[in-house]
Design a protein around this ligand. Structure first.
Ligand code: HEM
Length: 468
């Protein structure tokens, strides 16, 4: 009995020591779960959406919890998310697991704040402005026109194929349309690295993480040689690499030349950011269009009209203006980004003790703006579980729609992502039809949510009924 009492007192003492804070009463409401373990098991054994929504109902839009060894504050109101991501962004630094930082490269812009981040962001943004990406339409189209025939009359895994597509587009974004052995080698090494992204960060011989880190080292060296050659020959080539090598071009920029490893980390970072996100969204688009026949018909009508007009004019290849004449398909993309919310939330860390919405967030606590919860709130998106592109006939209310984030770290690739989706959808819907195999309604996370099994589909050529 005495032993039991002793253990119980020790447990209470541990709880008090762990969660006591001089201004404890000001911490946001919520449960920190068990000492050390926190609520990690609950998060991982429940649907993550239910985990967040149950707590939001119980505690409100700002609540605390404890997951994966970290005290966290969850944010699910547009106003509070804006404070963290935009107006007080300097108080909340981005934070990632150390293993991710090692794999992508510590000098990639995701991990930074302040002047280094702003400088890189300006360069990367300039590479993905509409004026810069409009010239890559024909290259994207080439990729699509090579890929789609390989799907015809066969069963494919949508996610895997979309990853192939998004990767090839990302390679063009990074290096321009250069196709040589060096690029093939870089592609191969990146694919070895990628296998370790979602593995346990166990750096022991034979583990996927260890193999990925070995590939990462060789990839850096290979990129390093390519960078050195381009610098030596004063031949910067194309894509983001050229922009990073020139440092923006002007004299002022010359002084701020980026080192080879800074360039390599950011090239790898952009490919990483571009691939799985875009592929997951495309996978959902095919699922939603398959499940909503009337919407698929409306997309086909819009795309057929563009196809027919091009046939009549005797023009080949989509132009930038064609992609601006796809309002319905664009709304399908916007609604998919909301409904699927593949980037469900993001992580920040308080750099100092912050007073926030009447609460106190201690230094070092993680802060997670929950994009998906906001996107699924009936206050901002009526009947949020319905897939309804028409809701985007009007722009969403400010700060309620953040599929590409918000503020200083928002996505520089958003226009590129939409462009490549439009180009692929144009050719897919005008030339092929698809049927989902199986009745799978569950979702897998790897790390982004996608239909379980990656959405196997059968693809068939479409019977053309065009007028000319
Ligand atoms: C549908 C596809 C995509 C989605 C949903 C998406 C979503 C996001 C989100 C939510 C963020 C902000 C993360 C945060 O605040 O912590 C972000 C950042 C970023 N994205 Fe995307 N992204 C997509 C495609 C792309 C593409 C195609 C590229 C490159 C061509 C790209 C490059 C980046 C980069 C470099 C950042 C980091 C920006 C910074 O830290 O300043 N993304 N993305």
């Amino acid at each position: 009995m005495l032993l039991l009492l002793g253990l119980f007192s020790l447990f209470i003492l541990l709880l008090c020591l762990q969660w006591s804070h001089p201004k404890h009463k000001l911490l946001p409401p919520g449960s920190m779960g068990w000492p050390y373990i926190g609520e990690t098991f609950k998060l991982y054994t429940q649907n993550p959406n239910s985990f967040f929504s149950i707590r939001q109902k119980r505690y409100g839009d700002v609540f605390k919890t404890h997951i994966l060894g970290c005290p966290c504050v969850m944010i699910s109101s547009p106003k509070a998310a804006r404070v963290v991501l935009v107006s007080k962004a300097h108080l909340f630094k981005p934070t990632y697991p150390p293993s991710k930082e090692k794999m992508i490269g510590p000098q990639a812009l995701f991990f930074h704040q302040g002047p280094y981040h702003s400088y890189l962001k300006k360069l990367i943004q300039s590479s993905f402005l509409p004026s810069a990406i409009k010239h890559s339409i024909s290259q994207i189209e080439n990729i699509v026109l090579h890929l789609l025939p390989s799907w015809s009359n066969s069963q494919i895994n949508t996610l895997q194929q979309m990853k192939r597509f998004a990767f090839d587009v990302a390679m063009i974004s990074a290096f321009g349309d250069q196709q040589d052995l060096e690029i093939e080698r870089i592609k191969h090494l990146y694919q070895c690295l990628e296998k370790g992204y979602n593995s346990m960060p166990l750096d022991l011989p034979g583990t996927p993480f260890h193999k990925a880190m070995k590939a990462r080292k060789v990839l850096s060296e290979t990129l390093g040689k390519m960078i050195e050659k381009r610098r030596r020959n004063k031949e910067h080539g194309g894509g983001l690499l050229a922009v990073l090598l020139s440092g923006g071009g002007g004299e002022e920029e010359e002084k701020k030349k980026l080192s080879d490893s800074q360039i390599a980390d950011n090239i790898i970072g952009v490919i990483f950011a571009a691939q799985d996100t875009t592929a997951s969204v495309l996978t959902w688009i095919l699922k939603y269009l398959h499940d909503n026949h009337h919407l698929l018909e409306a997309v086909k009508k819009e795309q057929d009209a563009i196809y027919e007009r091009k046939l009549c004019e005797g023009k080949r290849g989509l132009s930038w203006d064609d992609t601006r004449r796809m309002p319905f398909t664009s709304r399908v993309i916007l609604e998919t980004l909301r409904r699927a919310s593949v980037v469900s939330f993001t992580f920040r860390e308080a750099v100092e003790e912050v007073e926030f919405e009447g609460y106190l967030i201690p230094k070092g606590w993680k802060v997670l703006p929950l994009f998906r919860t906001i996107h699924h709130s009936p206050d901002f998106f009526p009947h949020p579980h319905n897939f309804d592109p028409s809701r985007f006939e009007e722009p969403p209310r400010p700060n309620t729609y953040m599929p590409f984030g918000n503020g200083v770290h928002s996505c520089p690739g958003s226009e590129m992502a939409k462009l490549e989706m439009l180009v692929l959808l144009h050719h897919l819907t005008t030339t092929y039809r698809w049927k989902v195999v199986g009745e799978e309604s569950e979702i897998q996370y790897g790390p982004f949510p996608v239909p379980k099994g990656g959405l196997p589909i059968k693809v068939y050529p479409r019977k053309k009924k065009f007028t000319s």
